[in-house]
Ligand binder design. Structure first.
Ligand code: PLP
Length: 394
């Protein structure tokens, strides 16, 4: 066979998905598994959302539809971002995609030329570096370290900007750390973007899942309107992972490029699901705030309990639903800790290096599952912690 295009070999998989595959294999063998590996809410969309989708199907809304998405959904997103993020968005600047990841993928496809440098958070969502490299770009990590409370350090970031730097990816609240970028930090990042004429890809997929305070989008800062692409969607805030619905909000030249890429790839997103999405945004039953309140209770319980496990140290995340645990005091590698937790305790979690080099002494747990599951998971981890307990150094 002739060789594959080399862009494929430049990309990498996702730790979460491979751990999930192994966990499923163990489940098929009859093992009891408490899934803490995937970033998937254990909620389902509210009844009015499901009803709206069914109604749309019954009304025959199952045709090809406009490339950028149905006007009513683009309008609803503009209104929603106005109400929840105080943003003034024109519906023409919204492009609907089958998931945030595709919105991100197309945005990078539209912007990255071979050799362009893309700054991205480390640890961070694995797609940032992988997709950039796939398009021939050079992913350049900036660190989220405990020294800076897992916040970006604007000075470090500034030191990495070169004439080839074109894009800055931000992700607040972030996967895997749960960091909500401080406003002074965001202001400095925005000032750097303006000074060096960078485009900012602001991944705001967890914007609704924060535990206090108001969310401030990167788009709010001076000079950012013409250089910010917001990536957001329905997977997390509305518990709609399997619907595959996301969107990009971008300045006009980028919106046109995205539409060109949509024409050349998926044509449009399923029409009926877009009608369901409009209803999700309306959230007449308050499903999202209720879900976030519950995540808040889980966060409190789980972070407290994780800090009782020998050698584990976890700072409470300010947003999203991940616990990012420093395991350096266990005297074992994150891979070994995760192997023991999965194989011996049936508790899958992700070794931090899957999110970048800066994550190598960490493990990510998702707490998007019931408090009872989290309680059982901790009990199981405590049982296998004897494997590293004697090595713990404080
Ligand atoms: C930071 C971040 N961006 C994007 C995505 C992809 O979202 P979607 O499932 O909507 O494609 C995820 C999913 O985990 C994520 O954590």
């Amino acid at each position: 066979m002739r060789p594959l295009a080399c862009r494929v070999s430049m990309m990498s998989g996702e730790g979460a998905l491979s751990v999930y595959a192994r966990a499923q294999e163990l489940e098929r063998q009859g093992r009891s598994i408490l899934h803490l590996e995937l970033g998937e809410p254990d909620f389902h969309p509210a009844a009015p959302t499901r009803e709206a989708l069914k109604r749309a199907l019954d009304e025959g809304k199952d045709r090809y539809c406009p490339v950028a998405g149905i006007p009513a959904l683009r309008q609803a997103i503009a209104q929603y971002l106005g109400e929840t993020r105080n943003l003034s968005i024109h519906p023409d600047h919204v492009v609907i995609a089958p998931g945030c990841k595709i919105a991100l993928f197309l945005a990078l496809m539209a912007l990255v030329d071979p050799g362009d440098q893309v700054l991205y958070p480390d640890p961070g969502f694995p797609g940032y570096a992988s997709i950039t490299a796939g398009f021939g770009g050079l992913p350049v990590p900036f660190e989220l370290s405990e020294r800076h409370q897992l916040q970006p350090d604007p000075d470090e970031l500034a030191s990495k900007i070169t004439p080839r730097t074109k894009i800055l990816i931000t992700n607040s609240p972030g996967n895997p750390t749960g960091t909500v970028y401080r406003e002074d930090v965001q202001a400095q990042l925005a000032a750097l973007a303006v000074k060096h004429d960078l485009i900012v890809l602001s991944d705001e997929i967890y914007a609704r899942i924060i535990y206090g305070g108001n969310y401030v989008s990167m788009l709010r800062y001076p000079g950012m309107k013409e250089r910010t692409v917001i990536i957001d969607g329905f997977s997390k805030s509305f518990a709609m992972t399997g619907w595959r619905l996301g969107y990009a909000v971008a300045p006009p030249p980028i919106t046109s490029a995205l539409q060109m890429l949509v024409v050349n790839s998926y044509t449009c997103v399923a029409e009926f699901s877009q009608y369901g999405a409009i209803e999700a945004l309306r959230d007449t039953t308050g499903a999202t705030p209720r879900m976030v309140e519950e995540f808040g209770r889980r966060r409190e319980q789980f972070v407290r309990d994780l800090n009782q496990v020998p050698g584990f140290r976890c700072q409470a995340p300010e947003g999203a639903f991940y616990a990012w645990v420093n395991i350096s005091q266990t005297g074992m590698s994150a891979e070994e800790i995760c192997r023991i937790m999965l194989e011996e305790a049936g508790v899958p979690a992700i070794p931090g290096e899957g999110f970048g080099r800066a994550g190598r002494e960490f493990v990510r747990f998702s707490f998007a599952c019931s408090r009872e599951t989290l309680r059982q998971a901790i009990a199981r981890i405590q049982q296998v912690a004897s494997a590293w307990q004697t090595r713990v150094h404080v």
